[in-house]
Design a protein around this ligand. Sequence first.
Ligand code: CTP
Length: 512
Amino acid sequence: MLENKRILLGVTGGIAVYKAADFASQLSKAGAQVHVIMTASATEFISPLVFSSLTGNEVATSMFATPEKPDISHIRLAEKADLVIIAPATANIIAKLAAGIADDVLTSTILATTAPVIIAPSMHHNMYTNAITQENIKKLKSRGFSFIEPETGRLASGDIGIGRLPAPEKLLAAVEQALGEKGDLAGRKIIVTAGGTREPIDPVRCITNRSSGKMGYALAEAARNRGAKVTLITAAGLPEPVGMKVVAVNTAEEMKKAVAKAVAGCDALIMAAAVADFRPKTAAAQKIKKGRGGLKLDLVATPDILAETKGNFIRVGFAAESDNLLANARKKLAAKQLDIIVANDITDKASTFGSDSNKVTIISRTGKEENLPLLSKREVADKILDRVVSLMGGKNAREDGNVPFQIELLDSHINASYIPLKGYRDSFPNLGGKVSLMTTDGDVVETVVKSYGLQGKALKPWYKRNGLHPRDWIVIRAGPLGNYVLDVLKKKAEAKNNLEIVSQREAKSLLK
Ligand code: CTP
C-alpha cells in the first residue's frame, strides 16, 4: 500500500535518530518514495548521508534550494507529500509547530503542507510530561496533527520513564493506517478473532490447537489499513498490532463474551480464530499429579460462537479442513448461515499452521467461488476484505451488490405468498435458510429460500399494503451490509423510471 507514496520523514535531534534510519529503510523497502528533512541538531547525531543512502533521495537540511537541488525546497516538498511523519520529534519541534514558527526547512515544510502529519515524540520523561509540552501536544491535536504515544522504558539518561520512540514497525503501521483512512472500509467497524483458544485442564495444562493467529492478525491489520475501526479479539500471543482495540482472551467462553460485547453496531465479524470445540468439564484447581496410569478427561462442547452470533452484519467464517475441503466448507456456509466462508486445506504444507502464506478458496453466499493461488496471509486478507466490501454494497461494490432483480408477479405468487426467483436462484444459495428483505417503507419481511423462490407469510400483507396485482413488478436489490431490499416497481413501463430514481437515490446516499 506504500507503493509510490511520497512520504516526508522529518528527523529532529534526539538519541532515537538511529531508529529513524531503520524506519526510513523500512519505508523504502515497502515501496514508498522517502524524502528526509533533518534539523541542524539532527545532523549532529547522524550524517544526512545515512538517510540519502537508505532512501536514494537527497536529504533536505537547508531552507534554500540550490539550482542543483531544486526539488528539495520546502514548498516543493510540502506540495508533493502524501504524508509527513516526524520521528523522533523533540519537545522543541513540538513547541515550534504549536506556535506556528517556521525558521528552518522542517518547520516551514510542515506549515506549508496540506498532507496529514504524524508526530512521534521522543524525549526525557520530565520534558514529555511537562505541562507546556502536553499543552502544545493538545493544541496540535486539536489542529488535526496525529501523535504516536512514546513508550515507557529506559531513556538515554538512564532513567526509566515515558519517552522512548516506538519500534520502526510500529511507526510503519501508523503510516499505513493514516494513508488508509480514506480506504474502502473507512467508517466501518470490523471485529476479527484470531488464534486457538486454550481450555484449562488444570492451572498449568490446557487443550488447544496449532493455530498461530497469523491469519487473524493479517486480517485485522489489512482492515485497519483500509480505514476500518478494528477490534481484534485474540487468543494468540503475537505482538500487539497498533491502531486497533485488542482484547486478549483464553477460552472459547471468554471469546464468546468478548465477541458478543464487540459486535454491537459492527459491520462485519470475521471469525479467523480456531475455537476449541471441546473443553474439560471442570478445570482442576490444583495441578494434577502424574500418579500411575493414564488420565481420563471428561470433555464437553464449547459454544459455537459464529453460529450463535447473529445480527445485521456480515459474518465470515473459516473452514480449516483435512478432507472434502469444498463440500465441508459449503456445508458450514449453509449451516452457520454465513455470508462468506474461507476454505483452507490444512494438509497443504505451504499453507499449514504457523506459516506466513495460505492457499484458500473464498466462497460467498451468492455461490461465487474464488480459488486463490498460494499467497501471503496479508494478500489473502485483502482478498477476503475485497469480498466483504463487495457484499457491503456501496460505492466499492464489485461483486453482487446493487444488482436489482426485477420480478413480475403472477396470481399464484400473490396467493401463495412467495417471490419467484427464476434466474436469480444463485443469489440465494442457502436453500432452506432465511433471508430478510428490508422493504423501502422500513419493514423487514422474513422469507425462507425454497427451490422455487422465496416463501414468507409476511409477503401477503406486504403485497396487499402496496396494492400489488398480477402483472405488477417488484424489485430486489442487494442493499448495504448484504441485506436485500424489497421495493415495488408496479408496471414494467413505470418500472424503468422508478428504478433509475432508486439508483440515483442510492448513489446520493453512497456519495455522502
Ligand atoms: N467456530 C466458532 N465456534 C466454535 C467452533 C468454530 O465460532 N466453537 C467458527 C470458527 O472460528 C470458524 C468456523 O466456525 O470461522 C468454522 O470452524 P471449524 O472449526 O472449521 O468448524 P466447526 O463448526 O468447529 O466444525 P468441525 O470442527 O466439525 O469441522
